[in-house]
Design a binder for this molecule. Structure first.
Ligand SMILES: *Cc1c(COP(=O)(O)O)cnc(C)c1O
Length: 369
């Protein structure tokens, strides 16, 4: 059985570091907003190449707090990709703003810069670029467009820890970025966690307030904040894992290259396209085929676990049924939802296992694709 992703830290060195971090927090007796969170924030800001990092409770909160920091709310419009994890949209809805979907580029599945321009209105208050599957969106064009209009560019970097665009890291490509440390992400903690990165000191300061009841000084509340903090234990454990992130991403890239070579020239099977300028962190390795369900079933039979990211585009989900976007509104997002299949990938996967998956697909070609 080849699992989609192995999460147990099999590496002995990592295990030792995690035990040490756990013991450090336990013996400190300090669990919320302390030295581990501060150190992780400095280390992650450093990693992303930004001035600030603010640890928060999860990726959705990170997005929502960014929108609140920019005072985006009722009646405002925010551009989002039509194909994304629903969290990108939910953050916009949570502040009372309206998600305005824009279709992706058909080959990369990343939001199409050319389609953002016609979607802008006087009510557009931000563009949210999602680095889906670990590949950055076409950030140069999108950043130019946002600069011309003086609207903030927000990155949903929840799948993009370590991905780069023209050599610069995700998290540093817009005005503010949201990360998630959900366990299955490239940098994941042992529970929920998230962060905001930004070079904007005023926004950083506001998010620090918002995540902690609007208070800088205990029991003195400057604004109506919420409780969304990354805790000391998760921060300490993340600090250990952060030191391995580049090496894990490198391994993911090797596996992606192996899949790409092994699955080349199969009629009816489209492999992920990487745009010039992008260096993905390969959060997911997604293939497309009109025979997706049959291929998934065949792989299940062969002992290969695959997943679908995502089976329902946000506009067709029940959560957005009142917004009246009928089927056919966003044909590219809908085609992706029908045809995409994510193959197993992860830093601890062996070459042998990738070859097994490749051979299982190749054996099945005449029947399904
Ligand atoms: C995981 C994810 C989120 C949300 O992160 P959580 O920590 O689960 O709240 C947001 N956007 C994208 C694209 C994601 O993949």
């Amino acid at each position: 059985m080849i699992p989609f992703l192995e999460l147990r830290p099999s590496d002995h060195a990592l295990r030792h570091g995690l035990d040490e971090a756990y013991n450090r927090v336990m013996s400190s007796g300090w669990y919320i907003l302390g030295p581990e969170t501060t150190s992780f924030e400095e280390e992650f800001a450093d990693y992303c190449g930004t001035k600030h990092c603010i640890g928060v409770a999860n990726g959705l909160d990170a997005l929502e707090l960014i929108l609140r920091a920019y005072e985006i709310g009722a009646g405002d419009e925010v551009i989002v990709p039509s194909n994304t994890y629903i969290a990108s949209w939910l953050a916009v809805s949570a502040v009372g703003a309206i998600p305005i979907p824009v279709e992706p580029h058909i080959e990369t599945a990343e939001i199409s810069p050319g389609l953002i321009l016609p979607a802008l209105t006087p009510r557009t208050k931000a563009v949210m670029a999602v680095h889906l599957y670990g590949q950055t969106a076409a950030m140069t064009q999108i950043a130019d467009l946002c600069r011309d209009r003086s609207i903030p560019l927000i990155e949903d970097a929840a799948q993009a820890h370590g991905a780069t665009w023209l050599g610069r890291k995700a998290g540093s490509l817009g005005d503010a970025a949201a990360f998630s440390f959900y366990p299955t992400k490239n940098l994941g903690c042992f529970g929920d966690g998230g962060a905001v990165t930004t070079n904007n000191s005023a926004i950083a300061d506001k998010i620090r307030l918002l995540r902690n009841y609007g208070s800088r000084k205990k029991y003195f509340n400057e604004i109506k904040g919420s409780n969304s903090r990354l805790d000391e234990l998760q921060a300490a454990l993340l600090r250990v894992k952060l030191r391995h992130l580049d090496q894990w991403n490198k391994r993911r890239a090797e596996l992606a290259a192996r899949y790409t070579t092994g699955l080349r020239n199969i009629h009816g099977l489209t492999l992920p396209a990487v745009a010039a300028g992008a260096m993905p962190c390969w959060h997911l390795f997604t293939v497309w085929t009109t025979q997706r369900d049959a291929l998934q079933e065949h792989l299940r039979g062969a002992g290969v676990e695959t997943l679908i990211h995502y089976p329902v585009p946000p506009h067709l989900s029940d959560a957005y049924k009142d917004e009246h976007w009928p089927a056919g509104s966003f044909p590219i997002a809908e085609a992706i939802a029908r045809e995409t299949l994510s193959l197993p990938i992860g830093p601890f996967m062996s070459d042998t296992d990738v070859d097994f998956v490749i051979n299982a697909i190749r054996r099945n070609v005449p029947q399904t694709i």
